[in-house]
Write a protein that binds this ligand. Structure first.
Ligand SMILES: Cc1cc2nc3c(=O)[nH]c(=O)nc-3n(C[C@H](O)[C@H](O)[C@H](O)COP(=O)(O)OP(=O)(O)OC[C@H]3O[C@@H](n4cnc5c(N)ncnc54)[C@H](O)[C@@H]3O)c2cc1C
Length: 414
């Protein structure tokens, strides 16, 4: 079987590496003419790291990122709601790693260049059209100058992100991604180490949230490359998107000043953190309604093209990587190509659609909303006894219920 992949992001490249591991030839066609160092931090949860370990890529990721050993959830007013170990400290066999998206992407690009035949990845090649020829697919790719060329294979995998052209080919009437009504600002900067330098701090519920965590070494031994994100509700879910979400729309610190003064974060001055960030980006947080099917004949979808999701729960890249692992294994086992794609969809669609739905209500961070809702009428919106507001069992059910549903409870990660 020869596989054509549209999209050379985290999902497409991981799929190429897994296909190669299982002896299946592939070609990856990526729209951008030049890979750019875009994006900010990504959390690689233990199920994603376990897959990277299988591919022999855990070491380089570990070397460039930061191991997370604790996660703290707080109300916007600074009261602790959840504080638990993560990664190795939580009993996993592999760490949880946070890193710059561009660094993770580079590790995958390097592995593809080293392991797969020359010419596997073609840049400046946007998926344009596909024709099923009876015993395969003929894919038309378009260069930035408008010229086109074709490639042939047995199946086409659309790994071309939230604005997937392959998904549009399969679902021409679907329309644009759905805005959550939430605006997301993200940036990174050199910043003094917070706590032990291995902690994710997440303050506030879904409508007003500030998160920060380190994603790499700093310029001095006392600093780290710190990633932050701020979320604010601006409209109801499903409202018209205020512009196309892209990873390079620059924002201004002044827009955040009135919001930041609502937060109490004991460990660091978040307004100073935002003010010191040389450049950062805003991004209307979008997903799409889950599909009943990703596959038609010899064409299917993977990663954000199949199931774009809100970043609550940090599962976007992990679920794309799990798709890639399943696809590689099933293609490697052989059989009728259309049946292989159906088996891939049967394995992945149900579980991942649950994650998309879970993230719409905040993922594990919903526990903060539950507490904030219950204390809304208390003086200063503060509680005296968290157990009386929301007992441990209820908080555990939200946080660890999400972990199980998304497939990364300790017993689920091999
Ligand atoms: C530039 C960029 C920066 C990002 N930064 C962050 C971040 O900081 N934090 C975060 O949580 N998530 C970020 N993401 C999203 C995150 O990478 C994904 O949610 C997740 O990793 C799933 O990956 P994916 O491969 O399915 O999708 P993506 O990572 O979006 O990759 C899709 C790829 O397909 C390419 N493509 C698009 N259209 C076509 C086409 N017609 N033909 C061929 N190729 C096409 C895109 O250029 C891209 O390389 C970013 C995505 C991109 C593209």
């Amino acid at each position: 079987m020869k596989v054509i992949i549209a999209g050379g992001g985290i999902g497409g490249l991981t799929a190429a590496l897994y296909l190669h591991k299982h002896g299946v030839p592939c070609q990856v066609f990526e729209k951008v003419p030049k890979i750019q160092h875009l994006g900010v931090g990504i959390t690689m949860l233990p199920h994603a790291i376990s897959a990277m370990n299988e591919l022999g890529l855990m070491e380089p990721l570990d070397a460039l990122g930061v191991r997370t050993d604790r996660m703290i959830f707080r109300t916007r007013g600074g009261q602790e709601v959840w504080n638990a170990p993560r990664g190795l400290a939580a009993g996993y066999d592999v760490p949880q790693i946070t890193a710059h998206r561009a660094d993770i992407h580079q590790v995958l690009l390097d592995a593809v260049a080293e392991r797969l035949p020359d010419g596997t990845l073609t840049l400046d090649a946007a998926f344009d059209a596909v024709e099923e020829t009876g015993d395969g697919v003929r894919v038309t790719l378009r260069r930035a100058d408008g010229s086109t060329f074709t490639a042939e294979g047995d199946v086409l995998i659309g790994a071309d992100g939230i604005h997937s052209a392959v998904r549009r080919h399969l679902n021409p009437d679907e329309g644009a991604p759905r805005w959550s009504g939430l605006m997301l600002w993200r940036g990174s900067l050199d910043w003094p180490k917070v706590l032990d330098g291995h902690t994710i701090i997440n303050s506030g519920g879904i409508d007003r949230k500030f998160i920060f965590y380190p994603i790499g070494p700093g310029k001095t031994p006392e600093t780290q490359l710190m990633n932050w994100a701020c979320v604010v509700r601006q409209a109801e879910p499903g409202a018209p998107t205020p512009g196309r979400e892209s990873w390079n729309s620059e924002a201004k610190a002044e827009a955040l000043h009135p919001i930041l003064k609502d937060f109490t974060v004991p460990e660091t001055d978040i307004r100073a953190m935002v003010d010191a960030t040389p450049v950062f980006w805003d991004f209307p947080m979008c997903d799409r309604d889950p599909l009943d099917s990703w596959t038609r004949g010899r064409i299917t979808l993977l990663g954000d093209a199949a199931h774009p999701m809100y970043p609550f729960g940090a599962n976007g890249s992990a679920q794309a990587i799990l798709d890639a692992r399943a696809l590689g294994r099933l293609c490697g086992a052989g059989g009728d190509p259309a049946e292989v794609l159906k088996a891939y969809e049967a394995e992945r669609l149900g579980p991942v659609n649950e994650v998309v739905a879970g993230n719409r209500t905040g993922g594990p961070e919903r526990v903060i909303d539950e507490v904030e809702t219950r204390i809304a009428d208390l003086p200063g919106q503060r509680f005296d006894d968290l157990e009386q507001i929301l007992p441990f069992e209820a908080r555990d059910a939200i946080v660890n219920g999400y972990t199980k549903m998304a497939g990364f409870a300790t017993e689920q990660v091999s």
